[in-house]
Write a protein that binds this ligand. Structure first.
Ligand SMILES: [Zn+2]
Length: 277
């Protein structure tokens, strides 16, 4: 369905460690058309190719072209600064890659801006999200997807550090604990990301009489809901890691609210109730 729209149009690109989502939005933040695809190959060049194709498909879905777009916003996990991704734990091989510039070239040379995905999610939530957090000036957002990201608004200002290196998911909560994709041990992400939930559950089941096939984080949540003991323990470890992170962030930043988004946040009450206590 084509939607008529008078104001400027924008393309939003959300790159994850598993999927990529592309949306056409208006200047009020309304999504006019969107598409999601699993990333087939996580190498930088392959992702550029696939994302370029997704942008074209989304524009064509509304009978638009790159010429109709005012600008492109890109959210990507990892360390994003000055248009480049310097490192991303869940996108192996992405080191100092000029993501904004490459996408701009593939998308009709429209102005293209790159930010960390959790920062992008935070900006979107306070702009168009639930009314209770609109225009709130002190807020922390956690993205619980393939990895764990943090976006922080303090006094109405997005905190990005000196080099865009604020990565709450890689705060160590269990010294000497599980290995994380970033190279450290015991990070929040090594317990609470979707990938970690699946891996941790399989580790637990491997030592029982019921080893399991590969499972996703969302499947672990589903099994926990059904009362599976291994899944409940896995989720409990994730809650503990997230709680330690949230307590530390609360002590340092004194936010008015925490917001949890992403695939693992679909655990909803199973995650929020123990976390709130
Ligand atoms: Zn880490």
């Amino acid at each position: 369905m084509e939607v008529s729209c008078r104001g400027p149009l924008f393309v939003g690109i959300d790159i994850g460690g598993t999927n990529c989502r592309v949306a056409l939005v208006d200047d009020s933040g309304h999504v006019l058309h969107r598409r999601k695809e699993a990333l087939r190959d996580l190498s930088f060049d392959a992702c550029l190719e696939q994302i370029g194709g997704l942008v074209t498909a989304v524009l064509q879905g509304q009978a638009k072209s790159c010429d109709d777009i005012a600008a492109i916003g890109v959210g990507c996990p990892g360390l994003c600064y000055a248009g480049k991704v310097s490192a991303a734990a869940n996108l192996p091989g992405w080191r100092d890659v000029p993501l904004a510039q490459e996408l701009q070239q593939r998308c009709g040379d429209r102005p293209t801006f790159l930010v960390n995905d959790a920062d992008a999610a935070l900006e979107a939530e306070v702009w168009t999200g639930d009314e209770s957090i609109r225009d709130v000036e002190d807020i922390v957002l956690l993205t619980l997807g393939t990895g764990v990201g943090t976006g922080i608004l303090s006094g109405g200002r997005l905190l990005q550090g000196s080099r865009g290196c604020i990565e709450g998911g890689h705060v160590i909560v269990h010294p000497g604990g599980r290995r994380c994709g970033c190279g450290q041990n015991g990070c929040v992400e090594a317990y609470a990301s979707g990938r970690a939930l699946g891996e941790r559950y399989m580790e637990k089941m491997a030592s029982t009489a019921q080893p399991t096939e590969k499972v996703s984080g969302e499947m672990v949540v589903k099994r926990a809901r059904a009362g599976d003991q291994g899944a409940l323990e896995t989720l409990s470890e994730a809650v503990e890691a997230l709680a330690l992170l949230c307590i530390a962030l609360a002590r340092i930043l004194d936010p008015q609210a925490f917001v949890l988004v992403g695939g693992v946040a679909s655990a909803g009450d199973m995650l929020l109730e123990p976390l709130a206590t």
